[in-house]
Design a protein. Structure first.
Length: 170
């Protein structure tokens, strides 16, 4: 399998963006932990935001908390598509280290990134600190973000906390 990783990793240097996208996708599909490093490189170095976003998705396949520091570099990426995908991957990894990053993404300027961050927090199994962050998102000016935060709190079994009941009272 190592040969397959090396062959795909070599394709990441192609001048053709479609070749690089395909290479990142195939590296993730291999499921070989040796593929993590070339995918991380694509996330950090590729000039195309589509390749970076795909790299984030493929890293999520490994459910490896070791990739969280590399994903943190993308939290401030100029492309909202990359930031949204990073939020999704952080939710898939489900590690407490992701909470500060998802908290930052819940304050992103783009509402679709905030929605993805809230949904990702809803996938966690009782991560300490997630509930207050989601409760704060209930005040977001965008209805989609508030809805995602509410659904995440429901998924965590936290929608009927006394603080939320007070906030919903007329």
């Amino acid at each position: 399998m190592m040969f397959a990783v090396e062959a795909r990793a070599d394709e990441l240097t192609s001048p053709d963006v479609h070749d690089r996208l395909r290479a990142v996708r195939r590296l993730g599909q291999l499921g070989d932990p040796a593929a993590i490093q070339p995918i991380l490189h694509a996330l950090a170095e590729d000039l195309d935001s589509g390749v970076r976003g795909e790299a984030a998705i493929q890293l999520g396949r490994f459910h490896d908390p070791a990739v969280i520091p590399a994903l943190s570099q993308g939290v401030d990426h100029r492309s909202s598509k990359v930031r949204r995908r990073i939020a999704n991957v952080l939710g898939a990894i489900q590690d407490p280290q992701a909470l500060p990053l998802l908290s930052r993404l819940l304050k992103d300027a783009v509402s679709s990134v905030r929605v993805e961050a809230a949904q990702s927090l809803g996938r966690f199994e009782k991560i300490p600190g997630a509930v207050p962050v989601l409760q704060e998102a209930l005040k977001d000016p965008r209805p989609a973000v508030r809805r995602a935060a509410r659904q995440a709190l429901e998924a965590l079994g936290e929608l009927d906390t006394p603080r939320l009941k007070k906030r919903r009272a007329p």
